[in-house]
Design a protein around this ligand. Structure first.
Ligand code: NAD
Ligand code: MN
Length: 413
């Protein structure tokens, strides 16, 4: 299947861009190679799956991973094939059959993928694709008594509906949900790096669950940080996602732009000030939203507490030397997907990291993701972890076989 993805990578990249509007060059160079890697990685990982045997009063304990059975996979529109194969690969490798239901706004690459699995010789019924709306097709799938696993990536309200439906048959669920992650910038940080990382948060027009949308900067370096940030962000061009020069493309759908703009309007009405942006990029048409940075936002305000899922960042400060307050702000939402901190002090990095509530913490970097790492969110950002052996733990039923010593010869010897 990975070979088939590589053979059709250019088609997949073009179709994905046509469908969701994310940058063609990133689909070509980053995403589709990663899709193939998802498949190869979990196939290889399966062969390495092992737990050392251990003894109990001379008895041997031997752990094996049995396929759990049919897995329903439900995915969002922001990174369609990437997020789908991150689930499909371990589920198939584990020996479970799969039913994928992609998001209704981005169905196309999943259909191409189904052709690829067929071409690769997967037996009928092993990989299954069902297209349709979430509240009809998705809801029917997750409520089915024969389904043994549900893995869902999407929003918190949908996860609640799925958990409720899955409760009827106690179907185990894995949830990768939203975020409102902080980017902490300390006075001892490399501020150019901090500014680079901040501008990166506009990638995919901010439609990234992991995006560090809340910039928290130590008071004394606020202005210097902002200077570096503005230098960079004003050089990023917004435009056609198929154009190599484009840094920020459109948002997915007019309805989504409306939602993003609603958050910004209400923030401005509540007293926020736009440092940049604050509305649609009218020169480009209805789907483009300007990269936006808002200051003058209160910790308990909607714009700081709720996931916007667009190119909208907020900037808050904490008093000089006040790590306590930095951590309080960073942890001060109901999410806990990721956190990024920029500091030149290793001891500080360790102190702060230990206190952050997040599934992933990046120190002086962002978006470095190894398939072996556990991935998921704390609090309402998710339930469970996938990635590496954790994916197999989810898509399998683990079995421990305990064998007594010395009973063989008696019967057969
Ligand atoms: P969404 O929750 O609206 O939809 C996701 C999927 O669920 C779609 O396929 C949809 O059809 C389906 N669905 C909707 N209602 C359903 C129901 N009742 N039963 C079963 N399935 C149903 O999310 P979205 O708008 O497509 O995606 C954006 C969200 O996804 C954001 O909150 C974002 O943070 C999150 N996300 C999380 C991660 C992660 O790994 N943590 C990655 C990407 C996106
Ligand atoms: Mn949605």
């Amino acid at each position: 299947v990975a070979d088939g993805v590589e053979a059709r990578a250019e088609d997949l990249a073009r179709v994905e861009t046509a469908d969701n509007g994310a940058l063609l060059r990133s689909h070509r160079r980053g995403v589709m190679p990663r899709v193939a890697h998802n498949l190869r990685y979990f196939a290889d990982r399966l062969l390495a799956l092992a737990h050392p045997d251990f003894e109990t009063r001379g008895h041997t304990n031997h752990v094996t991973w049995d396929p759990a059975g049919p897995a329903v996979l439900i995915t969002p529109w922001n990174a369609p094939l990437m997020l789908a194969t991150w689930k499909i690969a371990p589920a198939l490798a584990a020996g479970s059959t799969v039913v994928l239901k992609p998001a209704e706004w981005t169905p196309l690459t999943a259909s191409l993928f189904a052709d690829i699995t067929h071409g690769a010789g997967l037996p009928p019924g092993v990989f299954n694709l069902v297209q349709g709306y979430g509240d009809e097709v998705g809801a029917a799938l997750v409520a089915d008594a024969d389904v043994r696993r549900v893995s869902f990536t999407g929003s918190v309200p949908t996860a609640r509906r799925i958990a409720t439906a899955a409760a009827a048959h106690l179907t185990p669920c894995s949830f990768e949900l939203g975020g409102k992650s902080p980017l902490l910038v300390f006075a001892d940080a490399d501020l150019e790096l901090a500014a680079d990382l901040a501008v990166e948060q506009y990638d995919n027009a901010g439609q990234v669950c992991l995006a560090a949308t809340r910039i928290l900067v130590e008071e004394s370096v606020r202005d210097a940080f902002l200077g570096h940030f503005l230098d960079r962000v004003t050089k990023v061009t917004q435009g056609d996602p198929r154009d190599e020069a484009t840094g920020i493309g459109p948002t997915i759908h007019p309805r989504h732009v409306e939602r993003v703009d609603g958050f910004v309007r209400r923030a401005l009405a509540a007293g926020a000030t736009p440092v940049i942006g604050g509305g649609r990029n009218t020169g480009l048409g209805g789907n483009y939203y300007l990269p936006t940075l808002l200051t003058g936002v209160a910790q308990d305000s909607e714009i700081v507490q709720e996931e916007v899922f667009g190119p909208v960042l907020t900037l808050q400060t904490f008093p000089d030397g006040d790590e306590e307050e930095a951590v309080r702000l960073a942890n001060g939402t109901r999410f806990g997907l990721a956190a990024t901190l920029v500091t030149g002090d290793r001891d500080r990095a360790e102190r702060i990291t230990a206190r952050l509530v997040a599934g992933t913490v990046w120190v002086n970097c962002f978006f470095v993701r190894d398939l072996s790492a556990p991935f998921g969110g704390s609090r309402q950002s998710g339930v469970g972890r996938e990635g590496g052996d954790w994916s197999f733990d989810f898509y399998c039923d683990l079995k421990n076989t305990v064998t007594a010593p010395g009973k063989w010869e008696a019967r057969h010897g």
